[in-house]
Design a protein around this ligand. Structure first.
Ligand code: FE2
Ligand code: FE2
Length: 242
């Protein structure tokens, strides 16, 4: 793990071949420690999964710049339209002239087509996009865990599921990658914050994600996780009683 900003504690760590977790720990008044992660896939057409908060842009840009020139970014992807996923989108588009937003069809229709300074490249459910040596496949997951426009992607060469807000863990001093249980901590956080919708299609959507057999789960909040991703996803479906 490399700390890229001493004041904020922002740090980078390669969680799978060519995939870097950028982590910024924070303290939320009244709620305690928390963290925001973005994931950078380094390839011919580099992809950033989550723009990050607008106010955090200088920190994330500084971290990306330790890995590749920021102006080389090609895709800025968001799981759904909230400030931590999409807040700094236009800042990235300004910093990287070749970059475009990358999102699902619903996000483009309801938000990004209007909010973003350049039109998005949209992905159909199940569509694969090549980046060079890596490739990503998009899954629409409306309302899982929240937001109509929600979706996730798997990087197929490393079997890394960019799983956004699934398995959100509280805390600000977690290790970059863990092989120990994250379902317990993320369930504890879910009981406290109740950020999941109650879509009746959750099990079916989780099963589609499980069928990709991910070995790394690139969580947006907390540690990334390594292990039998299909098993852990099915345990999540059970915990949701979906
Ligand atoms: Fe979210
Ligand atoms: Fe989030």
């Amino acid at each position: 793990m490399t700390v890229t900003n001493r004041e904020s504690g922002t740090n980078v760590h390669e969680v799978a071949n060519g995939i870097y977790r950028i982590n910024t720990p924070v303290t939320i008044p009244g709620a305690g420690g928390f963290s925001f992660n973005q994931y950078l896939i380094v390839d011919d057409e580099p992809l950033l999964f989550h723009a990050g908060l607008r106010k955090m842009f200088p920190l994330v840009r500084e971290a990306v710049a330790t890995i590749l020139p920021v102006e080389k970014l090609r895709y800025v992807t968001l799981s759904h339209t909230e400030a931590d996923e999409a807040g700094a989108l236009n800042e990235w588009l300004a910093a990287a002239p070749q970059a475009v937003p990358l999102c699902g069809k619903v996000a483009a229709m309801v938000s990004i087509g209007d909010l973003a300074d350049r039109p998005p490249r949209t992905l159909d459910d199940g569509e694969v996009l090549g980046l060079g040596e890596h490739s990503v496949r998009w899954f629409d997951t409306p309302h899982l865990p929240h937001a109509w426009d929600c979706g996730f992607m798997i990087e197929e060469q490393t079997a890394t599921l960019l799983c956004g807000d699934l398995f959100t863990q509280g805390g600000s001093d977690l290790s970059p990658v863990t092989e120990s249980d994250i379902l317990g901590p993320s369930e504890a956080f879910r009981q406290k914050m109740d950020y999941f919708s109650y879509t009746k299609n959750a099990r079916e959507m989780i099963e589609r994600l499980a069928s990709t057999n991910p070995t790394t789960l690139a969580c947006m909040h907390g540690s990334a996780w390594r292990g039998d991703g299909a098993g852990l996803l099915r345990s999540l479906a059970d915990a949701l009683n979906a």
